[in-house]
Design a protein. Sequence first.
Length: 304
Amino acid sequence: MKKLLKDPLTHFLVVGLSLFLVFNLVAPDDVLKNDPNTIVVDRDAILTFMQYRAKAFDTERFEAMLDAMPENDLQLMIDDYVREEVLHREALALGLGVDDYVIKQRMIQKVEFLARGFAEAISDLDELQVRAYFEENKGVYYIQPYATFTHVFFDRERHSPDDLSALAKDKLVELNTNNVVFSDAVRHGERFPYHVNYVERTPDYVASHFGRAMAASVFESEADATTWRGPYQSPYGVHLVLVTKNVPGRTPELEEVYNRVEQDATRAAINERTEMAISEILKSYEVKVDLTRPDPTKLAEQEK
């Protein structure tokens, strides 16, 4: 029996059956048949209204909220419920929902929302399930490499290739001889279109400013807060670089990202179970497909 209760398929069948029961409970037909001009505001109606408004289904929690609600707030809630019910009935009486694609989509969304609500109720995952999800999706949690560096720039638009090369070589000697530190880089070289200092930036970010070739050079450099390297070429000119931190990419241990993985795994389980519940409902319908073109002659006769 315990094994049956843990079986996901059993959960899906329960969700599908629950949906049908809910649809029967909330259907307005009986109310409209009895007296379309009478609105009964009872406890169940208000509780259902509150849960739909909050987009959450937890009867016990909302019963406690209703019992603790101040009289003024309760009256406002009743007024909102009555207004919504009146407008809904008027729309039904006028036939405004007939062949209305927008309304059809809204009703579909409500059914999907109900299915999702039931799926959420049975989606508590244990550590083994979270770990299994992590093992299947490790690439999602890969931590990108990052580097911290500064640079001194010489603009190719302002100098000939020979001058650029000479400037860079002379400046490299100067920077290393004088032990120029990270914070003093701004005092050297020329204005770069982006930044001087880059703190914990990924390869993609660096490449977006300097090009792939130079980004590769930066991330191949050993972190050393006392040694300037270069010159490196970018689309804008040449650069001398001081890399103070260079951390390789890695896949984290589950414990480092457990909360995030648990949330992702739960979300994935809810999505899967929602679709399974809807699939169970779909199985109860017979689908007939007829894509034959209408006879133009018959259409013309019908239009006369």
